[in-house]
Write a protein that binds this ligand. Sequence first.
Ligand code: SF4
Length: 368
Amino acid sequence: MVKCQNIIPLSVNYHLTRACNYKCKFCFHMAITSDVLPLVQSKRGIQMLYDAGMKKINFSGGEPFCIQRGSFVGDLVKFSKELGLATSIVSNGSLITDAWFQSYSKYLDILAISCDSFDDECNRNAGRTNGADNRSQLYHIRRVRDLCYQYNVIFKINSVIHSLNYNENMREAIDELQPVRWKVFQCLLIEGESFGKDALRDAGPMVITDKQFEQFCATHRHLKCFVPESNSFMRNSYLILDERTRFLDCRYGRKDPSPSILDVGVEAALNRSGFDEKIGKGIQKWTDKQSKQTFLISPELILTESQSSNNEKTTVTVRMLPTENGLVNVWLRNAEAGGRIGSQLAGVQNTSDLYEKYFKDDQAMAIT
Ligand code: SF4
């Protein structure tokens, strides 16, 4: 096995709990345990990842606001922001309160709310409800959207497309809610999570074909905020840390955990989680010639060789920039000099498309 020495885990998705107040039929991170690390250990894990080069952390679950009424995730967001990380949370929104925003929103860059349909009945049929709360998911998404605007937190929406909603036209609702980004995921089966003998639920009936997913995408692709993610992209593209700070390897259609980073360190956990084999299938490995640092980058970024003026082959340079303006200035200078611009790297049509799709609001993580 090739070792992943010096790999920098730029962006990490920390599923800090599996507990959730909803019962979505398609959930692929089910409540098979109620484990949550003590706050001090979670912070130690984040500190270790930061020391290993992490720039962005996303907190998700389960439902992160189930733990200590949101103060647990709030304290981790605060800790992460004070380290200098870009911070985000994915939540179903139902437990988020104004009081939480008053205490913690200044440490949070982005809040993504999960909502798969703009028809209440469809959400309930798919299990996106706690069964007791009369207020619907649509009530919660509007309420949290307003809090995000009020407290200056970037608002996004995540939707899972499944057999009950792939025919739905969501354009009007998305236009009304105005998320900065709308991530759309194809319903995914993970052994032990959403199917198989150890699974709590069987998501089989919720699965759709690639063609059905493409049909949904075709209806919504023109929306500027629309970002689709297929099954293969999802399986190969994220560094996932579970509730015990273990990296999860999803390559084989199930989640195989590495040892905890708290026990063996970040590099050893990465080495035992299959990420070396991901390189080439999904995540790419890219080494910055100047700093000699190696990064895992999105498979959507295509690194090509170009011919320099003295006829040498050079790899196109991708740089981390601290601000959005810094990035735009590099593009402009490059374009003025007749060079390649960022948009050509990602296969999108122009600079503003690239900026909207990959960089806006997430600048610290420009190349993940
Ligand atoms: S809101 Fe639904 S998809 Fe998200 S963790 Fe809970 S049950 Fe799973």
